[in-house]
Design a protein around this ligand. Sequence first.
Ligand code: CO8
Length: 260
Amino acid sequence: MNENSYETIEVRREGRVGVITLNRPKALNALNEQTMQDVVAAATELDRDSGIGALILAGSEKAFAAGADIKEMSGKSASDMYHEDFFAGWDAFARLRTPKIAAVAGYALGGGCELAMMCDLILAADTAVFGQPEIALGVIPGMGGTQRLTRAVGKAKAMDMILTGRQMRAEEAERSGLVSRVVAADELMDTALEVAGKIAEMSKPAAQHAVETVNAAYESGLWAGVQHERRVFHGLFSTADQKEGMSAFAEKRTARFSHE
Ligand code: CO8
C-alpha cells in the first residue's frame, strides 16, 4: 500500500525511523476498525523493512486517541463481539518486533491508553492524560488495559483508575512507571525522533531481541524470563552485528552495524 493512501493515519519515514500519526481529528483519533486495519498494515510493512529500526506512533496535540470508537461499538451484541473477535487485530501491532514508541500528547483514554501500552515505551508530553474510563460506559477495558496497566503501575493505582475512571496526568504517569520520559509538548516529536533514531542506530536484531526479552519479564514469571533471556543472549552470537559490535569495542572504534 502506498504510504500516503491510508484513510485514518499518516505515515512517513525519517531516516531509519517510521512515523505513524493517527489522523481522525474530528473524533479525537477514536480507534475504529479502519484505524486498526490502517495502523496494523502500515506498521507491519515498516516492521519488515530492514531499513527501519524503530517506529513512532503519535496522535495530535489534543489527543493521542480518546479510546475505541464508542459510536461504532455501541450497538453490537455480545455475539457480534465474539464472532468478530472485536479488536483482536490489535494483537498484531502489540507483537511487532521492531521497537515502537508511543508519543503521547493530550488524551490517551480507554483503547488509546491501551494502544500506548502496547508500545515498547511511552514518551509523554506534559499535556498527556491517561485513563481507563470504560467503567463509566458500563464495561471494562478490553484491549489489554486490566493486564498491562496493572503490570505498569501496580494494583493500587490500576484499581483506582479502572474502578473510578480517574485520569492520570503525565507527571504522575512518569512517577508511577507508565511512561519513560515527560517533555514539553512542543518538544515531544523531536524527542521521540531522537530516542527512536538512537534505537535505530543499534543492531536491529539485538534491539528486537531486547524487546522480546524485556517483554518476557513483563509477561511471564522470573525464572521463565531469565531462561528466555539466556537462550536469546546465546543466540545473538550467531549475528554479524555481535561480531562487529564486540570487535569495534576492542578496537576502540564505533560499530558499523549491518543489522544482520
Ligand atoms: N469514540 C467515538 N467518538 C469520540 C470518542 C470515542 N471514544 N471520543 C471523542 N469522540 C468524538 C465526540 O463524540 C465528538 O464528536 P462530535 O463532534 O461528532 O460530537 C468529538 O470526538 C470531540 O469530542 P468532545 O466534543 O467530547 O471533546 P471534548 O474536548 O469536550 O472532550 C474527551 C474530550 C474528554 C476525551 C471526551 O471526548 C470523552 O470523554 N471521550 C470518550 C472517552 C472514553 O470514554 N474512552 C473510552 C472508550 S471505550 C474503550 O476505549 C474500550 C476499549 C476496548 C475496546 C476493545 C473491545 C474488545
